[in-house]
Design a protein around this ligand. Structure first.
Ligand code: BES
Ligand code: MN
Ligand code: ZN
Length: 513
């Protein structure tokens, strides 16, 4: 999609379709909806007046209605996009609205779309005044780019319809905020491209996206982005004494991949400057291994590499945003399979760090590959660590599919992460991993075991296990099991891979530059 930013007037914009947001200002519960357009441009108001008065449009979130030949506008069609109740108005609603506009245009074969920036003049009583134009444009361009994707490349009946050109029309901007708005637009495009790259990887089935293939795709991405990238396999993993990673990998006919991506800032950072480590769980298919999973729903375990995709997508964006901080991405990719050579419950393995691990359940494999990934990132000089992993079903039980589980061993680092969420617009919920939970992973015959002593607090047990390998290094752990795959159909984004955490991780990394 060719995306443009236009400082101008929506009324004069020649386009097959012009999208305008609307909110419902009806206050009382039983009152009939009163849609109001979020623009001060009278011509648009006039063109839509009869439609709004007809009661055919209520401006509920995700609702769209199309008006052909609107009088007084150069646009061929006017698309009204509902953002819900005025009292619920927020940046998140604008984000969803921009995505909804693109996804309304797509199936109607509208190739060119213009979206009007919500205009503050008409909205003196809405919270819109509090929204920064820069963040608003950024959110709009991000969600529009995400909305453009459909995961139908393996379907013979795919429609191949896309919006080829998108224009965000921004009016009423003074020169000072113009530069800010342009920056928001440029950054939004970069971040969304990274997130879409992550989504495209998650969408791939396990037979296509093996660990080797993931390594090739990461390498190709790094080559295009001028990042250093090394991809290692079985021999190097064993040489490095990554026995925890290798234990998971060795039961598959597909060789594992250890992917190391390095971003160096243009100006070399001072000695002692932070080095950020992004560690991703890249299980390209998780059968559970010898502790095999039930057949029902097992096909979903192709997305068990979403943490890896997140980090590869984040590196894609970081390479283009060029923060003044060194970043190393470490992806541990393997297939978790039952086999004659597979690891078994009861096995005791020694991780790269020297910690011994009693295997209780081979389905708790993510924490094993990450144990070596986190330790390895430290040996490469990382001073701050973050990992993303579809780690536990328990996290999905605890938080559902709306919030990512957030864990950390360091308050300042965690606060820094939480502070960027107003920019990324993503939702995280902190769960504990304090030392009083250490008992969960205590083993009688090894240093630790790879599951909790029972099912309770399973997301925390997994985090406690990882914390052992983060050690004293400030670390954030993101359990994305519930959020990496969108089951629910929504008007603003396609079903399937969400690309969650790319935006927040990128912004967190930038906060160190
Ligand atoms: N990949 C799964 C976790 C998962 C579950 C991801 C649901 C996405 C959706 C992970 O490897 C796993 O199997 N975890 C086990 C751990 C248990 C054996 C301690 C789980 O959550 O059941
Ligand atoms: Mn598993
Ligand atoms: Zn898994």
């Amino acid at each position: 999609m060719d995306t443009h930013l236009l400082f101008g007037n929506a009324i004069d914009t020649e386009t097959p379709m012009l999208a305008v947001f609307a909110v419902d200002i009806a206050a009382a519960k039983n009152e009939k909806p009163q849609p109001v357009l979020l623009t001060s441009l009278n011509n648009i108001q006039d063109a839509a007046r009869r439609l709004i008065e007809s009661g055919e449009f209520s401006a509920t979130l995700g609702e769209v209605v199309i008006l052909h030949g609107p009088t007084g506008l150069k646009a061929e069609r006017l698309l009204l996009v509902g953002l819900g109740k005025a009292k619920d108005f927020s940046l998140d609603r604008v984000r969803k609205g921009a995505g909804t506009a693109v996804r309304a245009a797509k199936p109607r074969s509208v190739r060119k779309l213009a979206i009007t920036f919500p205009d503050a003049v008409a909205l003196s009583d809405l919270k819109l005044k509090e929204l920064s134009p820069m963040l608003t444009v950024r959110a709009m361009v991000e969600s529009a780019e995400l909305a453009q994707m459909d995961w139908d490349n393996y379907r013979s009946d795919r429609k191949d319809c896309s919006v080829d050109s998108l224009t965000l029309v921004v009016t009423d901007t003074n020169a000072a905020s113009k530069a800010e708005v342009q920056r928001g637009f440029d950054e939004g495009l970069i971040v969304a491209a990274g997130q879409n790259f992550a989504r495209s990887l998650v969408n791939e089935p396990g037979n296509v996206l093996t660990p080797t293939e993931l390594g090739l795709r990461a390498k190709a991405m790094c080559d295009a982005a001028a990042l250093k990238c090394e991809v290692y396999s079985s021999e190097k993993i064993q040489d490095l004494k990554m026995e925890a990673f290798w234990a998971v990998a060795k039961g598959s006919a597909e060789p594992p991949a250890l992917i190391v991506m390095t971003y160096e800032p243009e100006i070399a950072p001072a000695a002692g400057a932070p080095v950020i480590g992004l560690v991703g769980k890249g299980i390209t298919f998780d059968t559970g291994g010898i502790s095999i999973k039930p057949a029902d729903g097992m096909e979903k375990m192709k997305y068990d590499m979403a943490g890896a995709a997140t980090m590869i997508g984040a590196m894609h964006a970081i390479a283009r945003l060029k923060p003044a901080v060194k970043v190393i991405g470490v992806v541990c990719s393997a297939e978790n399979m039952p086999d004659g050579r597979a690891f078994k419950p009861g096995d005791i393995i020694t991780a790269m760090s020297g910690t011994t691990i009693e295997i209780i359940n081979t389905d708790a494999e993510g924490r094993l590959v990450l144990a070596d990934g986190l330790h390895y990132a430290k040996t490469l000089g990382c001073t701050h660590l973050i990992d993303a992993a579809t780690l536990t079903g328990a996290c999905v039980v605890a938080l559902g599919v709306l919030n990512v589980g957030l864990f950390s061993n360091d308050e300042a680092t965690c606060a820094k992460f939480e502070s960027v969420l107003t920019i990324s617009g993503e939702k995280y919920w902190r769960l504990p991993c304090t030392d009083d939970y250490r008992d969960h992973i205590k083993s009688e015959i090894a240093d630790i075991m790879n599951t909790g002593k029972n099912r309770w607090g399973g997301a925390t047990s997994a985090a406690m296990f990882l914390k052992e390998f983060a050690g004293e290094t400030p670390w954030v752990h993101l359990d994305i099991a519930g959020c990496a795959w969108d089951e629910e159909k929504k008007p603003w984004i396609a079903y399937g891979p969400s690309g969650v955490a790319v935006r927040s991780i990128v912004e967190w990394v930038r906060s160190y530059s």
